[in-house]
Design a protein around this ligand. Sequence first.
Ligand code: GSH
Length: 231
Amino acid sequence: MSESPVKLIGCFASPFVHRAELALRLKGVPYELVEEDLSNKSDLLLKHNPVHQKVPVLVHGDRTAICESLVILEYVDEAFDGPPLLPSEPLARATARFWASFVDKQFRESWIAMFSADGEAQVASAREVKANLTLVEGQLPEGKTFFGGDSVGYLDIVLGGIAHWMEMFEEITGVPLLADEEHPALRRWAREYTADEIVRQCLPDRDRLLAALTPKRDTFVSIAKTMATQK
Ligand SMILES: N[C@@H](CCC(=O)N[C@@H](CS)C(=O)NCC(=O)O)C(=O)O
């Protein structure tokens, strides 16, 4: 079954799609990237992800599609040979999953709040983002380059948005978040991550990414409002 063709429904500029692509590349799995226009969602996307209608979606052979980037990471890790992404030891696996959930909930919420706010509210949420970065930084194993140890692993992939995307948000808002003085280890990690040969193969071009994210402030304001009503 792992020989069956792999299709990844994705789009440019998405840190979630980056996760799925990188997992496939680290495992050495050939895949076809099907670019989705999120302003005019295809029947393919709606058929395979009717619940959330979001990318990434992984279609492996004629099986039911897999949605949600964290679920895709686990599936790719289990379904294909190649270097393991999650740690093998149960406690380390559970800890990695805990931090992945932290990143997608608490961290993401503070990041979106920062990008959606102005003035005092923005200063307050930037403070929260930095506090969350400090918590994440504390998970870097002593003396290791990556969260996964000596090579890029599950948590590194999950944090890819911090390594490459965060800089764009700093540039758009003019609010510095990840600085050498405050988070030297995390900055070092971000540099190593974005310099990694396989990671670089699926990082969106910086200028194109900046151009794509700059007009997205309104979208973020509406995501922040939805999140606030869900609390
Ligand atoms: N929790 C999802 C988030 C995916 C997500 O938000 N994807 C965005 C692109 S970055 C999307 O498809 N948005 C379309 C929409 O919201 O309608 C995951 O981890 O895969």
